[in-house]
Design a protein around this ligand. Structure first.
Ligand SMILES: Cc1cc2nc3c(=O)[nH]c(=O)nc-3n(C[C@H](O)[C@H](O)[C@H](O)COP(=O)(O)O)c2cc1C
Length: 186
């Protein structure tokens, strides 16, 4: 059974990103996957200290002790990591970036600082609705995956949504569902 971890970087827990996550999850679970969603907004996640002293305790790899302790074991077991975020200034939200930076502590368990291999998905809601608007984030995502040597399984950018509820009935929700269906298969 595929194990999928979704990091939800939206602070609006009934917002547009969450609706994308719900549809992706529905598809993935229908396909038989086990899906875990972390609502980062509800969690205590500190920013990386850059101390490079992590990885010593395999069960608690970061020197900072906070809610990343819940994410680490799920991340290590996951086949797929989903980055789900509203676009904030042509990037993911600060809380998602903070959580992602802290995953470096897992790479520090390896003497060669190798990251565990994962497949990845990007789900993003944004007000702007052009390819040009999404390009900086998409470029960032691909650069990140190339560095980590992870495999991209798909990106959905739902543009043209600003306020909570704007995404309701949007055709991109069907894309999220279909992507979940395909990613969730063994
Ligand atoms: C601080 C902030 C920065 C934003 N920056 C961008 C941006 O750079 N480009 C864009 O298209 N939308 C931007 N938006 C709009 C959000 O991406 C949009 O409202 C999105 O639907 C929010 O998703 P949510 O409902 O999951 O919170 C920004 C919104 C906020 C609050």
């Amino acid at each position: 059974m595929k194990k999928i971890v979704i990091l939800n970087g939206s602070p609006r827990l009934e917002g547009n990103t969450v609706q994308m996550i719900r549809e992706f999850r529905r598809g993935a679970e229908e396909a038989g996957a086990e899906v875990t969603v972390f609502d980062l907004k509800r969690m205590d996640i500190k920013t990386c200290l850059g101390c490079c002293r992590g990885g010593k305790n395999p069960d608690s790899p970061c020197v900072q002790k906070d809610d990343m302790e819940r994410i680490y074991p799920a991340y290590e077991q996951a086949d797929v990591l989903v980055l789900a975020s509203p676009m904030y200034y042509w990037s993911v939200t600060a809380i998602l970036k903070a959580a992602f930076d802290r995953l470096f502590a897992v790479a520090e368990k390896d003497p060669g600082l190798r990251n565990p291999r994962k497949d990845a998905v990007l789900l993003m809601a944004s007000e702007g609705d052009t390819e040009a608007n999404f390009k900086p984030v998409s470029d960032y995502y691909h650069a990140l995956l190339s560095h980590l040597r992870w495999n991209n399984l798909g990106e959905v950018n739902c543009g043209g949504v600003m306020n909570v509820g704007d995404i309701s009935g949007h055709p991109k929700l069907a894309d999220c569902y279909r992507l979940g269906l395909s990613v969730g298969k063994d």
